[in-house]
Design a protein around this ligand. Structure first.
Ligand SMILES: [Zn+2]
Ligand SMILES: [Zn+2]
Length: 353
């Protein structure tokens, strides 16, 4: 069937088709193409995208890396921010013209034990932006009004985009870690997530040691408040962190099981290791004996709730956090994925549609 290509309506409501980056097969690059504008269902809104961050999860989605795979064709993107241009039936939560963020948690049931106890991120009925719902790598996206989060005035949409996943995920990880003043927090991996984790750990009162393989990322870590840095390509991070007394909490953000094992061994007695990154290689080897005798806690942390994203935006609006990002046109999606995979990107890449 031939699609009619029409220019977007000047009021912002698209007609006919719009441009989006689409995954057709896990072993093929994304294609930027015209996709049809679909009708809005109950509770949905249409958002004109202003900014869409590139998260590692989008790359795993596009490659089909994880045990639960999305179904092509689909559009990635779960760090997107834009303006509401159209309301579907029964939407009361947001209005046309408001700026909203569309996080990974695109929908949850709202009534299960997880949802009603403040753990909507564990809802078994959840749908995820850029995975089971088309995401923000396009000119428009459709979202459930109840699960978008308003972006406060004064927060730049290109900052808001990385905060929508990298920000809320690391903010939650620091909460789950239980960081208190004077704790030593080891942040393994200073990328899109790590550069924000450092800031949230410092806001919580922690002293931060940042670990990465690239000196320029460690320089950024120091600028953002890390007191100590370790280049794990040149020095054993376990020995270096144990010389500091061991970490009270370690946050594993690098997509490498070896880095998770180093994070574990960098803990002091009674320490907590938070699993956040999701390497394609899904196994780590950790000792039982030391975990028991040293009273180690290991905890997984997945994104954050709408409330936590509001808190993240509030901190940013108050000038407490800095987002390091690089804006690129969406047409460069495949080159950008290659750059992130090769570790060539210090900052978060944020696409402009
Ligand atoms: Zn993400
Ligand atoms: Zn639920």
């Amino acid at each position: 069937m031939a699609l009619t290509v029409l220019a977007p309506d000047p009021t912002g409501v698209p007609t006919g088709t719009y441009r989006a980056a689409v995954v057709h097969a896990f072993d093929k690059p994304l294609t930027v193409e015209q996709v049809p504008v679909l009708g809005l269902e109950l509770g949905q809104v249409r958002v004109r995208i202003e900014a869409a961050g590139l998260c590692h999860t989008d790359i795993h989605a596009a490659h089909g890396d994880w045990p639960v795979k999305p179904t092509p064709p689909f559009t990635p993107g779960h760090e997107s921010v834009g303006i509401v241009v159209e309301l579907g039936p029964a939407v009361t939560e947001v209005s046309v013209g408001e700026r909203v963020a569309m996080p990974w948690l695109g929908y949850a049931c709202g009534v299960c034990d997880h949802c009603v106890s403040g753990w909507e991120t564990l809802c078994l009925e959840q749908k995820n932006m850029g995975y089971s719902i088309d995401g923000g790598f396009g000119e428009y996206a459709t979202a459930y009004a109840r699960y978008v989060v308003r972006v406060p005035d004064g927060v730049d949409p290109f900052d808001a985009a990385p905060l929508t996943c990298a920000g809320v995920t690391t903010y939650k990880a620091v909460k789950v870690a239980g960081t208190r003043s004077s704790d030593l927090v080891a942040v393994f991996g200073v990328g899109g997530l790590g550069h924000l984790a450092i800031q949230y750990a410092a806001i919580a009162g922690g002293r931060v040691v940042a670990i990465d393989l690239h000196d320029e990322k460690l320089e950024l870590a120091r600028q953002l408040g890390a007191e100590f840095t370790v280049n794990a390509a040149k020095e054993d991070p376990v020995a270096a962190i144990q010389r500091l007394g061991g970490a009270d909490q370690a946050i594993a953000l690098a997509v490498s099981p070896r880095s998770f094992e180093q994070a574990y061994r960098s803990l002091r007695r009674g320490g907590t290791l938070v699993f956040v990154a999701l390497p394609a290689d899904n196994e780590v080897t950790l000792p039982i004996f030391e975990t028991v005798l040293n009273g180690i806690t290991i905890v997984g942390s997945i994104v954050g709730t709408r409330t936590e994203l509001r808190e993240v935006f509030e901190l940013h609006a108050a000038g407490r956090t800095h987002v390091t990002r690089e804006v690129r046109p969406l047409a460069q999606v495949n080159e950008s994925i290659a750059d992130v995979d090769a570790g060539r990107v210090t900052a978060r890449i944020v696409f402009e549609p």
